[in-house]
Design a protein around this ligand. Structure first.
Ligand code: MN
Length: 130
């Protein structure tokens, strides 16, 4: 089963994304944490194939957590998509520079997230089978 790790401190944003998984719109299991520190611990237990990473977090930022994960041989292969506010072009650029593979803009559009995650999972599955 594919695990997806959501790193998000805003409860409303957590709920929007959790609801999509509860509705079985996405063929994966969502694990939610609220801090980057928790994310770095949970990654090694859950081994997600995708991390949805908020940038503004209490304590360590999502950018710093992304840098650490991408520097680590064991975790650098894990895809990380930043969650950034719609207008924050500069933050999107910083996220890519920190090593994020892509980003989703907030407020989260449920249909867009479902489509992109499912396309990613389908592509990932095809590569595993090849
Ligand atoms: Mn936040």
């Amino acid at each position: 089963m594919n695990h997806i790790l959501l790193v998000e401190d805003n409860v409303d944003n957590q709920m929007v994304i959790e609801d999509l998984f509860e509705l079985d719109e996405i063929d994966g299991v969502l694990v939610t944490v609220s801090t980057a520190e928790d994310a770095l611990r949970r990654v090694r237990e859950v081994w997600p194939i995708l991390i949805l990473m908020d940038i503004g977090l209490p304590g360590m930022s999502g950018l710093e957590a992304t840098r650490l994960l991408k520097q680590d041989e064991a975790t650098r292969h894990i895809r990380i998509w930043a969650l950034t506010a719609h207008a924050m072009k500069k933050v999107q650029q910083q996220a890519l520079e920190a090593g994020c593979d892509d980003y989703l803009t907030k407020p989260i559009c449920g249909a867009d997230l479902v489509n992109r995650v499912n396309a990613f999972l389908a592509n990932h599955g095809a590569k595993e089978a090849a």
